[in-house]
Each structure stands twice: as structure tokens, then as C-alpha cells.
Ligand binder design. Structure first.
Ligand code: G3P
Length: 215
């Protein structure tokens, strides 16, 4: 399973990229707003330079024409830009239109299997089901991923399942077991994948025992 970082923070991207296991980055307007007043073009270009894999940048327009114009503009910023569009009828039309220009899309704000099915049929490169927000709404985010893996396998869709709105490490294990293509994680969750208290205790003991062998 590929692992993306869900952030617009350059320091977080640098840290995870330095571990050598970063496959891509996803941003959204909320994540960009956390970086303060930034020039979106300069900021995204800086992110795209730090990351070898795809970097999602979300459109602000809600009509197809506006989304396509924004998407074409983003695509000129860097080769690894993916245009994020919302799961609406206008968004689906934008996916089809942008595909004609060879521009990859990530359909965001997906909360049902049928929404993901429509996005895949429109030709999205990625669909982003929001599992944490579903759980918070009293629904079952993991169940949605299990349904999507089955549906996409049934019809051999090339669209990749990009699990988003991840809240904790156990969800990462579960979606990997199910065969999701990608999980995009906030930095805090990424860090939790790395650590286990028994690793720290074990290392402490190894180092202590090694010292005792030295004269
Ligand atoms: O980037 C989309 C998604 O991961 C956002 O998650 O935490 O705002 O529900 P969240």
C-alpha cells in the first residue's frame, strides 16, 4: 500500500520524505490555511519539488468550466500535480474534461460506494473516501473501503482507492489488509506508525547490555 502525507506543511513533508517511504502528498484548502497566508502557486511548487510522487491540489470553483480552468493552471505548475475536484455532477464533468488533456484527477469528499463508482466511471485517477468523518457521523468508514476494494476489483477499474480522513494507526493496518491502494495520513498518524514503546525499551536494554561488555 502506498502512503501519502495529508498536509501542506513543508517541514512535515521533509521529515517523512527523509525516511524514504513517502509516495505522495494530498493537500486541501483547510490544510493550506494552516500554513497562514501563502501564495498557493509558490507553495505547491515547493511541495512538488520535495516529493517524487503525486501531489493533490484542490480546485475552489464549483462549476465545471471553472474547475477545468483551475485544473489546467495547476497542471502547469509541476508534472506531479493531481487536480482534486469535489464529488458533484459538475466535478464528474470536470474529471472527464481534464482527462482529455491528460490531467489526472482525485475526486474528494467521497462518503459512499456509489459516489466512488461514479467517479471511477468518469475516469478519476484516484477516489478519496473520508473514513474518519464517516465514523464521526456514526457510519462505518472501514466498511466503505471494503466495499470499494470489492467493487473496483469486480470491474478492474484503474482508479486507485486513496483512503483519506485517517485518524489512527489501526485504520492503516485495516485498510492495508483490505487491499486499499493508498492511505493519506496526517503527520501525527504517520509518526505513530513508526513508534512502539517496546521498541524503545528493547533498544535501551540492548545498548545498556552492550555497554556492560566493554571494559
Ligand atoms: O485531505 C482530505 C482528508 O484527508 C481530510 O481529512 O481530517 O479533514 O477529515 P479530515
Amino acid at each position: 500500500m502506498k502512503l501519502f502525507l495529508d498536509t501542506a506543511n513543508l517541514a512535515e513533508i521533509e521529515t517523512v520524505a527523509s525516511w524514504g517511504i513517502l509516495d505522495g502528498v494530498t493537500t486541501n484548502p483547510t490544510l493550506l490555511s494552516k500554513e497562514g497566508k501563502v501564495n498557493p502557486e509558490k507553495h505547491l511548487k515547493a511541495i512538488c519539488k520535495q516529493v517524487v510522487g503525486p501531489v493533490s491540489m484542490e480546485v475552489i470553483s464549483t462549476d465545471t468550466k471553472g474547475m477545468v480552468e483551475e485544473g489546467k493552471k495547476f497542471a502547469k505548475w509541476a508534472e506531479n500535480i493531481v487536480v482534486k475536484v469535489p464529488m458533484t455532477g459538475e466535478g464528474l464533468k470536470a474529471v472527464t474534461e481534464l482527462k482529455k488533456f491528460g490531467i489526472s484527477t482525485n475526486v474528494t469528499l467521497i462518503f459512499s460506494a456509489n459516489q466512488a463508482l461514479l467517479a471511477a466511471k468518469a475516469g478519476a485517477r484516484y477516489v478519496s473516501p473520508f473514513i474518519g468523518r464517516l465514523d464521526e457521523n456514526g457510519e462505518d468508514g472501514l466498511m466503505l473501503i471494503s466495499e470499494l476494494v470489492q467493487i473496483f476489483d469486480n470491474y478492474a477499474f484503474e482508479t486507485e482507492i486513496l483512503v483519506a480522513s485517517v485518524r489512527h494507526p489501526r485504520q492503516v493496518t485495516e485498510v492495508a489488509r483490505m487491499g486499499a491502494d493508498i492511505a493519506t495520513l496526517p503527520f501525527a498518524v504517520f509518526e505513530k506508525l513508526l513508534h512502539h514503546p517496546m521498541t524503545d525499551l528493547g533498544l535501551e536494554k540492548f545498548l545498556k547490555d552492550w555497554k556492560s561488555t566493554q571494559k
